[in-house]
Design a protein around this ligand. Structure first.
Ligand code: NAP
Length: 251
């Protein structure tokens, strides 16, 4: 499905991003992997190479424009182009009512989830425009990007902003061959989810019961949607916020 494509994946050291790294490579893409932690990123790079795939780990922080720029130029230097991007790095904060959220926590939540996507778009899109091959970008939002729940104001604001950025970019580049979509991700079994549940164990049953599938997603199930959106099977799909949420937002 992604044969011959070059894709950049952020947040590739764990969870949804790591599942996407493996899946995109299995589907034939060369993958450039970005996250801050070097060791897990290198392990995933190695795993993909051992399985015969093409992968390059570029450790970095999506909130730092120079790090993102380096990952994009490494994609060009190593694989010659950039066709797709899964801007997935993020982190969740929850459990505190708005007036008690530290300004620092708010700033960091916006920085990673929103500025991170902004930095990626700003460096990926010029390369896709210049290549003349177009491109496909998928940004990771959340059910929190379309719905509000209690005690998560900073994360909710950030994930709503990701959908706004997605729609704006889809407008600007639709006629120039670049599609931009967002995933509205529901509860998914990853490190982020494990951490939330370890702090508030009652959440697991709540997350499970809120879906029509009666369970939490696997990271692989979310990665499948990103792969499809990045592929040439989705050439008329742009500007959407696609739920991968087990029916959570249908209820
Ligand atoms: N799991 C869920 O239930 C759920 C639900 C809705 C939406 N999401 C979204 O899905 C995305 C992936 O999350 P996940 O569930 O897979 O969680 P995860 O396992 O904690 O993965 C988060 C990834 O983001 C990376 N990251 C965090 N801050 C970064 C930064 N400043 N620069 C570069 N990379 C950074 C982390 O790597 P390093 O620590 O190595 O940097 C890690 O690879 C996030 O955007 C999250 O908001 C998850």
């Amino acid at each position: 499905m992604l044969n011959g494509k070059v894709a950049m994946i952020t947040g590739a050291s764990s969870g949804i991003g790591a599942a996407a790294a493996r899946l995109f490579a299995q589907e034939g893409a060369a993958v450039v992997l970005m996250a801050r932690r070097r060791e897990p990123l290198a392990r995933i790079e190695e795993e993909i190479r051992t399985a015969g795939g093409r992968a390059l780990a570029v450790p970095g922080d999506v909130t730092v424009p120079q790090d993102v720029e380096r990952a994009v130029s490494m994609a060009l230097d190593t694989f010659g182009t950039l066709d797709a991007a899964f801007n997935n790095a993020g982190f969740a904060t929850a459990g505190t009512p708005l007036h008690e959220i530290d300004d620092e926590v708010y700033a960091r939540t916006m920085d990673v989830n929103v500025r991170g996507v902004w930095n990626c778009l700003r460096h990926q899109i010029p390369v896709m425009l210049a290549s003349g091959r177009g491109g496909s970008v998928v940004n990771t939002s959340s059910v929190a990007g379309v719905r509000a729940t209690s005690a998560s104001a900073a994360y909710i604001a950030a994930k709503h902003a990701v959908i706004g950025l997605t729609r704006a970019a889809a407008q600007d580049y639709g006629q120039r061959g670049i599609r931009v979509n967002a995933l509205v991700v529901g509860s998914t079994r990853t490190e982020m989810m494990d951490e939330l549940i370890s702090r508030s164990p009652h959440l697991e049953e709540r997350f499970r019961s809120h879906t029509l599938r009666g369970r939490i997603a696997s990271a692989q199930e979310v990665a499948e949607a990103a792969a499809w959106l990045c592929s040439d099977r989705a050439t008329f799909v742009t500007g959407i916020a696609m739920p991968v949420d087990g029916g959570r937002t249908a209820v």
